[in-house]
Design a protein around this ligand. Structure first.
Ligand code: PLP
Length: 470
């Protein structure tokens, strides 16, 4: 295996006896650490001088790609600009030095931030109360479904054990329902990408008394506004179920409409997506859960000692205050404008399976010209060569060559035009030099990896890599 592929490891830079530190000696020329507390054998640590350590990690960090490096149109993930002032607020020592077990009367400031954020979320969503406790979107889904189960059980209605989930839903929806001990009933999408009302009617008439809830994402995973929500909400409510709103991506809704006004009973919000916390690679996150009036008592009890992921809460509050009541209403329209602009400008070269107005994101089904053999994977890899993060690919599963693009509201027209130009260039390359695209990326530290091998035999430790090399 080629070591260059991975860059140098700090262990490979180690030279026996090299040091990048010095410890103070006491007046007898001894280190202060008593003999009894020292290790019998040295720890297996790399030995390097300070410059080598600094350069090693600085160079590694430069291999990262983030929203601060370039355009990051990763659909369904809302990788938007995270204002730097949020970081300053979240890093204030008055907050970061709080201890979870210190007396509540000394944490009033942090509690006020939580209360004020909850109030802002209630206003933005039209719901009555929120808990800030869940640590991610999926965690929020589980919490919200437990609220729903608690509600049904409180009425002695124990037979409601099933949840309707559209086939276009994010994978966490059915997963959360399963973890909550509920059974999943899948409702189909129409060819226009919306919930199929006929299929829903069939499910409701078949399963009515066992339906606990229906989970919906709106705009859905295809970036389309579910026009029939009032009708759907009535069908579900009439059969005794509750409406759950997956608000992971609330961007397009801000300033446009509110889930609470559309008949939803319970929802979660991904603060780390819509309300600007740098995320990716698994964290950090926060998935507050909101409920309509009458369901407040089913929210989890939050002791003053536990307010979820406070730094994310702080950033969200700073973000909302920075925008203010009027500007926050521009988020949705601008996110929608940017997505539609890209879609309309590229649909002559990329296959648009569902035409018409989208919201904050949309899905292409690969290149329009299928004769080149260039796939969505190839296009995504080639984008890396041009300094763009790839869009979400092969999701949603409704199409074979899904390429899901979400520009967010923050990007300037120049940035978006630059991306469009590169997408057109790749479409052209696919015709004139398909091999160039199929073998991309060419300019990144690591070329095309074997996804299957990487997933089946991941190398996760230094030892494993040494063994693999020998
Ligand atoms: C991201 C996302 C989730 C899951 O959120 P996590 O914070 O990653 O757990 C759920 N639903 C939708 C629609 C999402 O985009």
């Amino acid at each position: 295996m080629n070591n260059k592929l991975y860059g140098n490891l700090i262990f490979e830079l180690s030279k026996k006896g090299r040091k990048g530190y010095s410890l103070p000696k006491n007046r007898f020329g001894e280190y202060e650490i008593p003999q009894t507390l020292r290790r019998a054998e040295d720890a297996q640590l790399p030995e390097c001088d300070e410059m080598t350590v600094v350069r090693h990690y600085t160079n590694l960090s430069a291999n990262n790609f983030g929203v601060d490096n370039g355009f990051y149109p990763l659909g369904s993930c809302t990788m938007k600009y995270n204002p730097k002032i949020n970081e300053e607020m979240a890093a204030l020592p008055q907050f970061t030095n709080l201890h979870p077990l210190q007396p509540t009367e000394t944490t009033r400031g942090a509690m006020a931030v939580c209360t004020l954020l909850k109030r802002a979320l209630c206003e933005l969503t039209g719901l009555a109360d929120f808990t800030l406790k869940p640590f991610a979107g999926a965690h929020g889904e589980l919490t919200g479904l437990m609220v729903i189960r608690g509600y049904h059980e409180s009425r002695g209605d124990e037979a409601r054990t099933k949840v309707i989930v559209p086939d276009s839903a994010h994978g966490t929806n059915p997963a959360s329902a399963a973890v909550c001990g509920l059974e999943i009933l899948e409702v189909k999408s129409t060819k226009d990408g919306l919930v199929d009302i006929d299929d829903l009617e069939r499910l409701v008439s078949l399963e009515g008394p066992s339906i606990a809830a229906m989970m919906m994402t709106n705009p859905n995973t295809l970036g389309l506004f579910e026009r029939d929500i009032p009708k759907i909400a009535k069908m579900i409510h009439d059969c005794g179920g509750l409406m759950y709103y997956d608000g992971a991506n609330l961007n397009p809704m801000l300033g446009a409409c509110r889930p609470g006004d559309m008949g939803f009973d319970v929802m979660h919000i991904n603060l780390h997506k819509t309300f600007s916390t740098p995320h990716g690679g698994g964290g950090p996150g926060s998935g507050p859960v909101g409920v309509r009036k009458g369901l407040e008592s089913f929210l989890p009890f939050v002791s003053p000692y536990n307010s979820g992921n406070f730094a994310v809460v702080m950033r969200a509050y700073a973000y909302i205050l920075t925008l203010g009541r009027e500007n926050v209403k521009m988020v949705g329209p601008l996110a929608t404008l940017n997505a539609n602009y890209i879609k309309e400008t590229l649909k002559d070269v990329y296959e648009l399976p569902i035409d018409g107005l989208c919201k904050h994101e949309f899905v292409f089904d690969g290149l329009k010209d299928k004769s080149t053999g260039v796939t969505t994977m190839d296009v995504a890899k080639r984008l890396l060569d041009y300094g763009y993060h790839a869009p979400t690919i092969y999701f949603p599963l409704l199409f074979h060559e899904s390429l899901m693009i979400e520009p967010t509201e923050n990007e300037s027209k120049d940035t978006i035009d630059g991306f469009i130009a590169v997408m057109r260039k790749i479409a052209e390359e696919a015709k004139t030099d398909p091999e160039l695209v199929k073998s991309a990326p060419h300019n990144t530290p690591i070329g095309r990896v074997d996804d299957v091998l990487a997933a089946k035999h991941p190398i996760t430790t230094y030892k494993q890599m040494i063994n693999d090399n020998n």
